[in-house]
Design a protein around this ligand. Structure first.
Ligand SMILES: [Fe+2]
Length: 246
């Protein structure tokens, strides 16, 4: 991980000096480290990760995360967050379409209605989608910022930087990966400066939610490295070198 989120956060809080918020930001950092230990990143480093299969899961996850952000913005539970939550939701809204465009141009075949039947989300991807949906709809603003921004966007930053570095901008062409690598560093801190210092039980509840979400993130990325399905023949247009195909 290149830099510390907690050293950049500017929430000064009250007499506790924002101590609990800083601790939660540290917890989000630990969560990112947990996620970075997933099998996806291990196999990426070893060069044994299947070169294309995970993109279908990323397409599922991209839509699920975007919908969670829209839900959070649409429900608008606290006025002071409405601008940053709306900004975040609108900046993510085009990403699933950008990823579809990349996949279409890269020979993945149709990614229109019905593709989910041929390429279902893994159980672990669905589980994390449930976690972020619940946080977006029913979590406190503290949980929403910590899970969806500090952890979720922190993990996204790690993910996009890792795959771009590994596969290169020529293979992962188009705006989708490059936009993420540029903006997720800003997205992960959106709303942090608007948080009020939590009381003890709010802090503990948020810490538990963060830990659970980090484990679900890791499980999801583990599953992206291991799930099995028959790749459709039309993907042959983007064949990797045989040494990198499992
Ligand atoms: Fe983002």
């Amino acid at each position: 991980m290149e830099k510390s989120i907690s050293s950049e956060a500017t929430n000064d809080g009250n007499a506790n000096g924002g101590g609990r918020i800083q601790q939660l930001l540290h917890e989000a950092e630990r969560g990112r480290e947990t996620v970075l230990s997933s099998r996806f990143f291990v196999e990426l480093r070893l060069g044994t990760l299947h070169r294309r299969r995970w993109l279908w899961q990323l397409l599922h996850w991209s839509g699920m995360f975007t919908r969670a952000l829209s839900t959070r913005s649409g429900l608008g539970r606290e006025d002071r967050f409405s601008d940053v939550f709306a900004e975040h939701a609108s900046e993510e809204a085009r990403h699933p379409g950008q990823l579809k465009s990349l996949m279409r141009k890269s020979g993945f075949g149709p990614v229109e209605e019905g593709w989910t039947l041929d390429h279902p989300a893994t159980r672990q991807t669905e589980k994390l989608a449930g976690v972020v949906k619940r946080v977006a709809a029913m979590g406190s603003s503290l949980e929403q910022v910590m899970v969806l921004n500090a952890l979720g966007e922190g993990c996204a930053l790690d993910f996009y930087q890792a795959v771009l570095t590994h596969f290169g901008p020529r293979e992962l062409r188009g705006p989708y990966f490059h936009v993420h690598a540029e903006v997720d560093d800003r997205h992960r801190l959106l709303g942090v400066d608007l948080l009020a210092e939590p009381v003890q039980w709010e802090y503990q509840a948020c810490r538990g939610t963060l830990r659970g979400a980090a484990e679900s993130f890791k499980a999801m990325l583990d599953s992206w490295a291991t799930y099995e399905l028959d790749l459709p023949k039309e993907e042959a247009g983007w064949s990797p070198p045989s040494s990198e195909t499992r």
